[in-house]
Design a protein around this ligand. Structure first.
Ligand SMILES: *Cc1c(COP(=O)(O)O)cnc(C)c1O
Ligand SMILES: [Zn+2]
Length: 404
């Protein structure tokens, strides 16, 4: 476990209350400061565990010997030549987070977050969620033997995600309202310590999510890519990747910083709008709408941190339309055999668009993080593809259909 402290990202004060999700003094966002001094003597070859979140236990703020784990992380980094050719970026890789235990990168944050919940003796964990957070939390709560309550906004939760939350035994409550309303309820309950909140506002979650960046570097033998592209919803993940980059740079494992590039959906783009106006803060959007439900967020909790991550790496932000998202999803499936949910395809759609805009150079080495599995949202796949062909048992008719 890394020596660390929890502090306010805005005013810098230490925060002692383990249930606090914002700064008690100024209301600012929390973060975790890892003491990197002892790590400066360490080298990548000193890492002994297999690829996965816990390989990087030395950079994590919880005790690995007491971990709640379902073997998260260790996901493939695919070299995608056929996809790269289509989008005009020859050196394209896809980090496939759909291969995590519950099918999204959320498992990386939850193994650390639920281990922390166990450490402070929490008996009930909870979250508000557009789907994947609840699916993941429900699984880790089951593993830890804790009770779990999840609050979903009414309507529009992808079938696979809802199925997982109920299957793993969480109490699932569908709140009459949007994501922000659901989050308010979860935070109120956490404030009175009725549950331990595991939304990404919890500073332990991004600590686990740092591991996706550590793995990418490991998989590329620390030959740092030029750019890392990912979808942005509540914006904790892009912040986690940024934090990981800065930590690796400080301990001397990397000597270059990849440009962090955040993609949003056109109907839900507060961070991209802020980037377009060169602002370090964003304006919340009232009624976010997109087919990519995992990033349908109008008031991103970590939006200011995302902007810091983008500006701090010389990165970029752009929005893509639902049509662009769905074509990118299909392209990745049909050129590489990799199935991702719509939000994840936003990173590929963004790569294509930024190449067309000339922001991405054709020789750049680009990693797209594809955050979740296609099976999370089967309805989208079915409705955006050709339906099955109905036919009799007649062999000649079947041959005609197959042009044999
Ligand atoms: C949660 C999630 C996102 C968005 O991540 P943030 O940290 O909220 O920006 C993107 N894609 C998928 C599949 C997700 O589950
Ligand atoms: Zn503060």
């Amino acid at each position: 476990m890394a020596d660390h402290r929890v502090l306010c990202w805005d005013c810098g004060k230490d925060v002692e209350n383990p249930y606090a999700d914002v700064c008690p003094s100024c209301g600012g966002l929390l973060t975790i400061k890892i003491n990197l001094e002892p790590l400066k003597a360490m080298k990548p070859k000193d890492l002994k565990m297999p690829l996965g979140v816990w390989r990087y236990a030395a950079l994590m703020p919880v005790d690995a010997s007491k971990r709640i784990s379902i073997q998260e992380g260790g996901t493939p980094l695919y070299r995608c030549d056929a996809l790269g050719k289509e989008i005009g970026v020859e050196n394209t890789w896809v980090k496939y987070e759909g291969a995590n235990p519950t099918g999204s990168f959320k498992d990386r944050g939850m193994t650390i977050g639920v281990s922390r919940a166990a450490e402070i003796g929490a008996k009930i964990v909870g979250c508000a969620s557009t789907g994947n957070t609840s699916a993941s939390l429900a699984a880790y709560a089951a593993k830890a033997g804790m009770k779990c309550a999840v609050f979903l906004p009414s309507g529009k939760v992808a079938a696979g995600k809802l199925a997982q939350a109920v299957f793993f035994g969480a109490k699932v409550i569908s709140v009459d309202g949007n994501f922000d309303d659901a989050l308010k309820i979860a935070r109120d309950l956490s404030e009175e310590r009725s549950l331990y909140l595991l939304n990404s506002i919890n500073p332990y979650r991004p600590e686990g999510q740092k591991s996706v960046l550590f793995e990418i570097m490991d998989q590329l033998a620390f030959d740092v890519p030029d750019r890392i592209i990912l979808p942005v919803g509540n914006a904790a993940n892009i912040w986690a990747v940024y934090k990981a980059i800065i930590e690796l740079e400080e301990i001397g494992w990397i000597d270059k910083i990849p440009m962090l590039t955040g993609i949003q959906a056109e109907g839900s783009m507060p961070v991209t709008r802020a980037f377009e106006s060169k602002s370090s803060d964003f304006t919340a959007e009232e009624n976010p709408e997109t087919v990519a439900t995992a990033i349908r967020i109008g008031n991103p909790v970590s939006g200011r941190k995302a902007l810091k991550a983008i500006y701090g790496t010389g990165g970029y932000s752009v929005s893509v339309t639902d049509d662009e998202i769905l074509s990118a999803q299909k392209l990745l499936g049909r050129k590489e055999g990799v199935g991702v949910e719509p939000a994840s395809a936003a990173s590929v759609a963004g790569a294509k668009k930024l190449r067309e805009m000339g922001v991405i150079d054709k020789n750049e080495r680009v990693v797209c993080i594809c955050t979740g599995n296609a099976l999370k949202d089967p309805d989208i796949m079915i409705s955006s593809c050709e339906p099955p062909i109905r036919c009799s048992k007649d062999l000649s008719e079947i041959k005609r259909i197959l042009s044999l």
